[in-house]
Ligand binder design. Structure first.
Ligand SMILES: O=C(O)CCC(=O)C(=O)O
Ligand SMILES: [Fe+3]
Length: 849
């Protein structure tokens, strides 16, 4: 496609969009795919041109790939530098024109560029493929778009919808734009987290290799920015250059010359800055707000540990040493290296060098940084170093001092704002208390129905027993009479039947206290058991209906202006383990806050994952009181000072804002079983509980048995029916002409109405999207627990290391120590935030399921 015949991809994009509105799906696909391909080609050609031109006009006095010292360092008469910069620019222009046609053809507007960046083409493609019933491609396109637009609600729903469809496979959910190094890295990380170290090695190594390729390309593309605002910078400079070299040295030409030097240098600094930013660019992946921290070094960290676990000590040493090039003072890594060296033999270890390519990379990058800082001093261009590993000395002292002062100022301002916020909070709290006083007054004067503070009705038979005021806080309430004795009994029974069926607390019977047994069941699970006949379907439905009732009550009581959505719901029982009650001083559920990580030592609550930050309100509906202990408590942020106690009893709910104003916990259950329906709500529709939607679907299906029968037979027959089904779809390509265009969302809506969930697809999703929030921490914990293997391994190696025994006595434990680092790095991606992750680690244990 070279030789100037490459169709401009903005034109193709426009064609595709036009075709979309004409519902010419094939043409959408044809044009959009070509647009994507051509865009890729343009990028590749540009990179190639820049790379080859750079080689052609290499600056002799420097090593290949390393930056050129700025003019000013050498004699002013040396125009070679500028000559080469200009020659390179000309070379690039010629090369690109030759391969892509004149710039006017392959240059696209910023708007179109942005559309591609946002992966918009895949949104169009997704619809088009869906319309012509190419499901696998539709899914891949949808997924590719979604990866870059994780907040796109419609696309998420499309994906959920696709995942329910027959014939769609897990493997169809591809990211067609994934960059090789990132794909490898993520896969490596996945395997690493699964303790499959041997397999992760290959991926991290591949990622490293691809990284340097991508880095070279990224840097090459930086060279090209010779055109600013449509004004050819280099041409201008070339003219200037002519006027200097062609004329006698006069005062005037000296002036012209300085201007020239300045502008080329200025430009060159921009190029360098762009190159430095490749580190950020390569560490970023769409869908992640932040780039991976310390991305390149983290490869070597992962690798050293994977190699160690695969008993490849030479490699482990090589990687540890290479990592230390970035962070020479990293204590853990130094200890690891010492340990590996002791195992392998010091002499042998000493002979292993760090990786050359990384050494080169660092050297080069540091030079660039120095130049950029130099540029800062001369031109005042700010350079923000993207790397965390840069040695302090690289930054000029003046700048360092200035930054330090800036940081201090910022800290002071933050503190002042914090104080101000606290004051405001107290004010607001007082106001809230006042208004709940009014509620209290209203309550006293109320008969059967329950008016809320704003005067609206909740439900008959429900009473407000304690308001925020009585509970010494804000956004708190205790309501009674929410459900009847009979309903309590029925749900209690449901929980125990479900638990007997083996649906424990995800294999972890005592997530919060070793003295208690926990069992939980979700609504969907209950419905499935109902469908299987294990428990009465009626009870499962009750569970569903009651949770909805609680949602309405909470919404109404707190006078919320926008609807509450379920974030997670389950029925959970805690039973005292009889023989483990002596000398017990723990809580059944440690004090925590539902939507942030409580750091009681600091009286702080950090609203960051792994906390479920989207949770806005919580409600616990109690089912019984025939047990000892188990009081619900509200505390201050210190997790110690108890501000209110709520005794569970049938039909009572305690509802509260899920934020830092409401730290709470559960006192030890010393005897018997305490059951409750725990519900968390969110105001953010994007976090609407998936399982609940599935439960709703299932309920609808179960309540129309005829329908279900029909579904079963349809499902039972083979392939044929699948394609038949496809043709029933809004337009399976066959009925395209009669159907008006619907967006995939509309398709979805109409489909859900006409084609109910089939059992097959349903089980599929059930196993796939079980509350990820709930499983993750459990899994991580379980893993740490089983991780005792390295000690054994270290022992078998003991004999060899015997000689070094004395010296390495404390190092012996190193791998174990490293284990903890590793385990925590799992959550925080890199080893760096050690301190932070160990904190959140212990906090995580406090988090509820
Ligand atoms: O069961 C209770 O009373 C409270 C449970 C709780 O706070 C939680 O699971 O987050
Ligand atoms: Fe809680």
């Amino acid at each position: 496609e070279l030789g100037g015949v490459l169709e401009p991809y903005d034109l193709l994009f426009d064609n595709a969009v036009e075709a979309y509105y004409k519902q010419d799906w094939l043409s959408v696909i044809l044009n959009m795919e070509r647009a994507l391909r051509n865009k890729g080609t343009v990028r590749k050609v540009k990179a190639q041109c820049r790379l080859s031109c750079a080689n052609l006009t290499a600056f002799q006095h420097s090593e290949p790939g390393s930056p050129v010292p700025l003019p000013g360092a050498g004699p002013v008469q040396d125009l070679g530098f500028f000559q080469r910069v200009l020659k390179r620019a000309k070379c690039v222009d010629r090369c690109e024109a030759e391969k892509l046609g004149p710039p006017s053809v392959h240059k696209v507007s910023d708007e179109v560029e942005l559309e591609f960046k946002k992966r918009t083409p895949y949104n169009y493609l997704q619809v088009a493929y869906f319309k012509i019933n190419k499901l696998d491609k539709a899914v891949a396109a949808a997924n590719t778009f979604y990866v870059a637009n994780p907040d796109h609600v419609e696309m998420r729903q499309n994906l959920e919808y696709y995942s329910l469809m027959a014939g769609v496979q897990e493997a169809d959910f591809k990211d067609l734009e994934a960059r090789p190094h990132m794909a490898e890295f993520l896969e490596g990380k996945r395997l690493y987290s699964a303790d499959d170290f041997l397999s992760s090695i290959g991926h991290f190594e591949a990622s490293l290799e691809e990284y340097f390729t991508a880095d070279a390309e990224c840097r090459a593309l930086c060279e090209g920015a010779y055109d600013y605002d449509g004004y050819n910078y280099m041409e201008y400079n070339a003219d200037l250059f002519q006027s200097i070299t062609g004329k006698q040295q006069t005062a005037f030409s000296f002036f012209v010359f300085s201007t020239f030097v300045m502008s080329v240098s200025y430009h060159y600094l921009f190029v360098l800055n762009c190159k430095q930013n490749c580190a950020v660019e390569l560490a970023s992946t769409p869908g992640r707000e932040q780039p991976f921290e310390d991305f390149l070094p983290s490869h070597l960290n992962y690798l050293q540990f994977s190699y160690y676990n695969s008993e490849q000590y030479e490699k482990a040493i090589e990687c540890a040493k290479t990592f230390l090039l970035f962070h020479p003072d990293d204590e853990v890594m130094k200890q690891n290296l010492a340990y590996y060296s002791a195992v392998l033999g010091e002499e042998k270890a000493a002979a292993i060098p760090a990786r050359e390519i990384v050494q080169q990379y660092i050297k080069n990058s540091l030079l660039e940084k120095e130049l950029l800082y130099f540029g800062y001093e001369i031109f005042g261009i700010t350079f923000v170093d993207p790397d965390t590993w840069t040695p302090e000395e690289i930054m000029p002292k003046k700048l360092r001092d200035k930054q330090k002062a800036d940081r201090e100022t910022a800290a002071r301002i933050t503190e002042e704002i914090g104080n101000l916020m606290k004051e405001i909070e107290t004010l607001v709290e007082e106001k809230t208390k006042e208004s709940s006083d009014i509620a209290q007054v209203l309550k006293d004067g109320m008969s059967k129905s329950t008016p809320t503070p704003d005067g609206s009705l909740v439900f008959d038979g429900i009473t407000i027993s304690m308001t925020s005021k009585a509970l010494n806080g804000s956004q708190r309430v205790v309501l009674d009479g929410v459900i009847t004795e009979d309903e309590c009994r029925e749900l209690h029974r449901l929980s125990n039947t479900a638990a007997q069926k083996g649906d424990g607390y995800r294999g972890k019977p005592s997530p919060h206290s070793p003295s208690e047994m926990f069992q939980g069941v979700t609504i969907l699970k209950a419905l499935k058991l109902g469908q299987e006949g294990v428990l009465p379907l009626k009870s499962a439905r009750l569970f569903f209906d009651i949770s909805e009732k609680v949602r309405k009550v909470v919404e109404s009581y707190f006078s919320l202006q926008s609807p509450l959505y379920f974030s997670y719901s389950h029925l959970v029982c805690r039973s005292a383990i009889e023989e483990k009650q002596e000398a017990r001083d723990d809580l059944s559920h440690p004090v925590h806050v539902d939507n942030c990580l409580l750091i009681s030592e600091l009286n702080e609550c950090i609203k960051e994952p792994p906390a479920y930050t989207h949770r806005d309100y919580s409600a616990i509906l109690y089912l019984n009181d025939d047990f000892e202990g188990g009081d619900f408590i509200f505390t201050e942020l210190d997790a110690k000072t108890i501000t209110a106690v709520v005794k569970p009893q049938c039909g009572r709910i305690v509802a509260f804002g899920a934020g830092k104003e409401n730290p709470h916990g559960v006192r030890a259950v010393m005897k018997g079983q305490r059951c409750a329906v725990a519900l968390w709500f969110t105001l953010d529709p994007r976090h609407n509980e998936k399982e609940r939607i599935q439960a709703e679907e299932l309920l609808k299906m179960l309540s129309s048995p005829l329908d279900a029968e029909f579904q079963k037979t349809e499902e039972d027959s083979s392939e044929e029916t699948a394609s038949e089904k496809a043709s029933v779809m809004p337009d399976g390509g066959k009925t395209a002409t009669t159907e008006e265009t619907k967006t995939p969302a509309e398709e979805r809506a109409s489909k859900t109405a006409e084609e109910k969930t089939d059992t097959d697809a349903d089980t599929k999703t059930e196993s796939k999207d079980k509350q990820p929030e709930a499983t993750a921490p459990e899994k991580a914990k379980a893993k740490t627990a089983t991780k005792t293997k390295p000690a054994g391994k270290a022992k078998t190696k003991k004999k060899e290391a015997e000689k070094t025994e004395a010296k390495t006595a404390d190092k012996k434990k190193k791998p174990a120590a490293k284990k903890t680092v590793k385990a925590s790095s799992k959550k925080t991606e890199s080893k760096q935030p050690k301190a932070k992750s160990s904190k959140s680690d212990s906090l995580k244990k406090k988090e509820e399921l």
